[in-house]
Design a protein. Structure first.
Length: 82
């Protein structure tokens, strides 16, 4: 299990105290596009065209972590980088 997979598993178990950089790392691993036009929000675009806008305040609210993980799980890992 890679370091990024371990981080994702920790997110599943505890949705508190995560930062936007953590979501960006996981997004890179699973080929999820993201953009941050300003400093307050980041928009993640999943391959099935779903999008999630997350406020970049520290730490991220647990509801955004839950939504990110839920959408990632819907993807079924098909987009995982090789």
């Amino acid at each position: 299990m890679s370091r990024i997979d371990k981080k994702l598993e920790k997110m599943r178990q505890n949705r508190l105290d995560w930062f936007i950089e953590d979501l960006k790392i996981i997004a890179d691993r699973y080929n999820i596009e993201y953009r941050q036009p300003g400093i307050s929000h980041v928009t993640f675009r999943f391959p099935d065209k779903q999008k999630l806008t997350v406020t970049a305040h520290k730490p991220i609210k647990p509801i955004y972590i839950k939504q990110f993980i839920d959408i990632l799980d819907e993807q079924g890992g098909e987009n995982e980088a090789s």
